[in-house]
Every structure is written in C-alpha cells, then in structure tokens.
Design a protein around this ligand. Structure first.
Ligand code: PLP
Length: 456
C-alpha cells in the first residue's frame, strides 16, 4: 500500500483502526475522517477538504498551530543526536526544558517526565500514597477529586474522575479516591450568592472533615474544568481552597493538562488565582502535539521528602516511565515555549479570547438556546439549554447536531462528549493561540448558522 493511494488508506482505516471515543457501526456506511495535512489553524482531510480547527487537534492540544517546521527540526536534530535513554540518566533538552519550565512556575522546582496526562496525574497519586506510607503510617493516603473534573483514562485516573458517564462500565475502581462537589454557579442553587466561591470551596472542607483530615493526602483539581463543561472557578474559590488545604495538611495537585502552556492567557491556569500548588501536571499543549510528553512539576519541599540515605533501598520515588526518557519530547517543548514567547502568544490569547467571548455574548442575544458563555483566554464554553428560565439542558443529540453542522461548514468545534449523564450540552472552543479575528469570525458565523438551523 502506498500513502498516496487514498482508497487503500481509507479501507485500511475502516478495517483495522480502533478509534478513540467512537461508536464504529456508522463507519460501515460512511468513510472515517482521515486528516492528512495541517498548516496554522487549518487541517485538510484525505479528500482535500479544508477545515478551520477551533479545538486545536480535537482535544485542545496544538497550541502553536500546525506545520511548525522549527519544532519538527528541533525534534529531528535531537533524535539523530540522541533519541532516547531511560530517565535515570539525564539528557540535554530535558535539563534545559526543566529549568525553563520552572522559571514560569514560582514555588515549583522539580520536573518529572512522562508521556501522557493520565500518567503525569498517576505520578502525583503515587507520590501521595508513598508519602502516606513513609511519613504518616499509611494515613493521609486519600485523594479528593471534584465532580465534573477529568484526570485521565487509566483505571486509577478514572477513579479520580468526576465524570460519571466516562466511568460507567469500567469499575471496580481504585479505592481511596473521594469525590467533592464542583463549583459551577450556573448549576448550583446557591450560584447567585455573592459568596458562592467561598461556599463552594467550603463544600470541600466538609468532605475533608467527614473523611477525617488525617486520612486525606491531596486534592486534585483542574484550574478551569475542561471536558466537564468549561467551568471557571467563581471569585474567592481557589483562594479558599488554598486556605482549607493548608489548614488540614492536604497537598494541592493542579491538573494543567488542558490549561497549561498559555491556553487561558497565562502560562498556567492556576496563575489567575492566589493558590500555591504542591504539584502541577501538564501534557497536551506542552509540546503542542509535536511529541508525546507530559510532566509532573513539584515543589522542592515535596522532592526533599523523598531524599533518604543512599543505603536506604526503599524510600525514594521508585517510579519509572519508559518514554519519559524520549529526548524528542523536551526538545519539542523547548521550541514550543520559545515560539509562545517570541510571538507574544499570551498577549494574543488575551486579546482574541476577549474578542471571542464578546462575539459569543452577541450570539446569546440572538439565540436563546445559549444559556451561558464562560471561559478564560482561548478556552471557552457555551452551555446550551432548552429554556433559559429553567436551564434544562439541551438534548445531547442536538448538541451533536450543532457540532456536525459546523463541520459541514468547514469549522471543527468541540462539545462535552459522553462525560456527564444528561449534561453533555456545552460547546467547546479552544482555537490555537495564534488565531486571528478573521478566524474567530469564521467560527462564530458557523455557530450562528448551526444554531439558526436547530429545529425545535
Ligand atoms: C484535564 C485533563 N487531565 C488529564 C487528561 C488525560 O490526558 P491524556 O489523555 O494525555 O492521558 C485529560 C485529557 O483530556 C484532561 O482533559
């Protein structure tokens, strides 16, 4: 088979590929989508059709856009020189990127390399468990996670997942993971209270007290919930979460897998708030998808907990990630970060994010089906409802229809996807950090048309 023989490629895909998050029956009658090219904000499918990608590779990943030769060259040069060695030894881009990364994260100083968001989160969970065993007689081993947050796809990260529909059928789950409520004002009866942020944070304290503070080791949270519906924390929430965690000796693990590397207009989502994480996991935009790389960054204090006498064969972090030693990952991440800095992309995210929020706000005036628009930077959700008064969610099939209509118009948008029973009703937008007003206008026009086409 030759790559230019398109019919063969589509046939091989249909016959042999098992795609992610997809019901395959419809592929018996329709061709699978095969993406063959990307440049800037746009991708082309195997039939030559071009799309404007408003979700950065489907799952908020390609932050600096497609076709970046300088990243490809950095990876190529590194692979030719030294492709891989297990990370018990160092490599040059690994050390350089670690220093550059923590420079953007005051208070954090250690970088552990892995290769997916789930895996980086698992490292955090293992640190909590080992710390409990080494220092607390097995206590403080529990990890709290929030309703609607997502931390990954492995059984243990699903155990730490607040998206019930994602978890259905995959239990039994890892013990020691405990759910706390979310902070989505729009769907909380207390949402209009000016102190809602503090009230929602105190819900976490109630769970800590119920479980027993001596059993709770960490809280794992997304700074802005992504696939759970693009939820921006209300005022005072993160600051109160920080106070509560300090009060009970609960480590703060922030999952920046989506928000990290500029998506929200700062390097990291948590930096919009006054919260001091002990651990931060990141993946997706870290190298914009040009290499598979993830990181768990920690404080020096946490790292020091794992320092023991050289003769001690057990009390250090006995963890390994084979592909954490791929030197192409940090090489790509270094160049990715250079691009974000040199092209002032954080400024662009702030300016374009504001423009896009404003444009979606104007669509709200026209389409009553938009219940709420929320987000930060180029990370925006529009929750669709049957009725603004009752806030009854729009049926998932109609939300799917809106995204499909946009696709027909040549614009790829996202949506909450089989995550929350009855609440997969949020359209998601996360265009690359390079997007322009013209790109946003094209996205908005497609959504406007799709919402106008919605049937009652
Ligand atoms: C917030 C968050 N954390 C973790 C993950 C898991 O990352 P990965 O799919 O790379 O394992 C995701 C994936 O969507 C995510 O959205």
């Amino acid at each position: 088979m030759k790559p230019e023989n398109l019919n063969d490629i589509v046939g091989s895909d249909r016959n042999h590929m098992w795609h992610h998050l997809m019901q395959h029956k419809p592929l018996q009658d329709t061709d699978p989508m095969v993406i063959v090219e990307g440049k800037g904000m746009r991708v082309k499918d195997i039939n030559g059709r071009e799309y404007l990608d408003a979700v950065s590779g489907g799952v908020w990943t390609v932050n600096v856009g497609y076709g970046r030769e300088s990243i490809a060259n950095a990876v190529r040069d590194q692979l030719v020189k030294m492709c891989y060695f297990a990370n018990s030894a160092g490599n040059i881009p690994g050390a350089m990127f670690a220093e550059k990364l923590v420079d953007k994260m005051p208070g954090l100083s250690r970088v552990y390399y892995a290769n997916s968001g789930s895996e980086a989160n698992e490292k955090g969970f293992k640190i909590v468990r080992q710390l409990a065993a080494m220092k607390n007689g097995g206590k403080k081993h529990k990890v709290l996670y929030r309703d609607r947050d997502y931390h990954g796809t492995t059984i243990t990260t699903l155990s730490a997942g607040g998206q019930a529909q994602r978890k259905d059928d995959y239990g039994p789950f890892t013990p020691g993971f405990v759910e706390v409520p979310h902070c989505l004002a729009y769907r909380d009866p207390r949402g209009a209270d000016p102190d809602y942020g503090v009230l929602a944070a105190k819900d976490i304290e109630k769970v800590i007290l119920r479980e027993g503070p001596d059993t709770v080791g960490a809280l794992c949270i997304e700074p802005i919930t992504a696939g759970g519906g693009v939820i921006v924390p209300p005022e005072g929430y993160m600051e109160t979460v920080d106070e509560i965690c300090r009060k009970y000796g609960v480590l703060i693990h922030i999952d920046e897998v989506v928000c990290g590397m500029g998506r929200t207009g700062k390097w990291f989502g948590y930096q919009h708030f006054d919260i001091k994480p002990d651990m931060v996991s990141m993946a997706k935009g870290l190298a914009s998808g040009y290499a598979a790389i993830s990181v768990l960054a920690t404080t020096e204090g946490l790292f020091n907990e794992f320092l023991a006498e050289p003769s001690d064969s057990m009390h250090y972090f006995r963890d390994i990630s084979t592909f954490g030693g791929c030197a192409g990952g940090p090489a790509a991440a270094l160049e990715n970060m250079r691009i974000i800095e040199e092209e002032s992309l954080l400024d662009n995210v702030n300016a374009m994010g504001e423009y896009m929020m404003g444009s979606l706000g104007e669509l709200m005036d026209k389409h009553a089906v938009i219940g709420e628009v929320r987000g930060k930077g180029l990370f925006i959700g529009a929750e669709l409802v049957k009725d603004r008064e009752s806030r009854e969610p729009l049926d998932e099939s109609k939300v799917v229809g809106v995204a499909a209509d946009c696709l027909k118009q040549g614009v790829m948008i996202g949506r909450t996807n089989r995550s929350l029973h009855g609440l997969n009703n949020t359209l998601c937008f996360s265009p690359a950090l390079i997007c322009t007003k013209d790109d946003i206008d094209q996205i908005i026009t497609a959504v406007d048309n799709a919402l106008s086409n919605l049937q009652d």
